[in-house]
Design a protein around this ligand. Structure first.
Ligand code: VGL
Ligand code: ZN
Length: 209
C-alpha cells in the first residue's frame, strides 16, 4: 500500500502568499503528475490552518518582526508573518492542484499556543493530529513526502513519519519540495539523510515506482 503525502500546497507558501517560498508554485505541476502517474494507492495532504491570533505570528508579539525569534508557551519560536488564516484565500490549497485526487486532508496549527510544522504532531510533541492513525488504518507500507516548505513542515513531517510509522518506508521527494532558506534546505536534507531517509525525484518514481 503505497501513499503520497503532500505538505501544505497552499497559496500562502506560493509566490504571492503571505509566507512565500521562492518557486513554491513550481511544485504544483509536479504534484499533479505524481498523483496521476506515481502509482499511488492513497493520496493525502496537509493544510496549515491557523486562527487569526495564532501565537506563531509576529503580529501577536508586541515589538517583534516576522522572521525574528520569540517564545511561545515558554519555548523558542520562529515568529512568522500572519499566514494561512482559517478560511482565507491564503490558506486555500493552490487553485491548480488537482484536489479531487486527494483522499484525505489533515488540517494542523489550530491551537493558538503551539505551532505545528509536522502533519503528524504539534511541535511540543504532545498532541497527535491523527494522520498516523489514518495511514495505519489503510495499511500503508511506503510513504513518499514532499511539499512546502522543505526546511520546516516537510522535514518535521518526514522525521515524525519515521517515528510514528515504524516499518513504513519513508522517502523525501526532492523536486516536489521548495524551502524558505537555502541554508535551511541544506540542513534539512542532511538531517533527513542522516536519519536514513532516501531522496527520490518524481521522474524516478514515475519510471520505477
Ligand atoms: C510552515 C512555517 C510556518 C510550512 C508553516 O508549511 O513549512 N512554515 N507554518
Ligand atoms: Zn504555519
Amino acid at each position: 500500500m503505497k501513499a503520497l503525502l503532500l505538505i501544505d500546497l497552499q497559496n500562502g507558501f506560493c509566490p504571492s502568499g503571505n509566507l512565500a517560498v521562492a518557486e513554491g508554485d513550481e511544485v504544483i505541476p509536479v504534484a499533479n503528475r505524481l498523483m496521476r502517474d506515481g502509482g499511488y494507492d492513497l493520496i493525502v495532504a496537509s493544510q496549515d490552518w491557523h486562527p487569526a491570533n495564532h501565537g506563531s505570528f509576529a503580529s501577536q508579539h508586541p515589538g517583534k518582526k516576522p522572521f525574528e525569534m520569540g517564545t511561545l508557551s515558554g519555548k523558542p519560536q520562529m515568529l512568522w508573518p500572519d499566514h494561512c488564516v482559517q478560511g482565507t484565500e491564503d490558506a486555500a490549497l493552490h487553485p491548480a492542484l488537482e484536489k479531487e485526487r486527494i483522499q484525505f486532508v489533515q488540517k494542523k496549527g489550530q491551537a493558538i499556543d503551539v505551532d505545528s510544522y509536522s502533519a503528524f504532531r504539534d511541535n511540543d510533541r504532545e498532541a497527535l493530529t491523527g494522520l498516523d492513525a489514518v495511514l495505519k488504518a489503510k495499511g500503508v507500507t511506503a510513504l513518499d513526502i514532499g511539499g512546502l516548505a522543505t526546511d520546516y513542515c516537510v522535514k518535521f513531517s518526514v522525521m515524525d513519519a519515521l517515528d510514528l510509522l515504524p516499518g513504513v518506508k519513508i522517502r523525501f521527494v526532492s523536486d516536489l519540495s521548495r524551502g524558505i532558506t537555502p541554508e535551511g534546505v541544506k540542513a534539512a536534507v542532511a538531517e533527513m539523510e542522516a536519519a536514513g531517509v532516501s531522496a527520490v525525484t518524481s521522474a524516478e518514481i514515475i519510471a520505477r515506482g
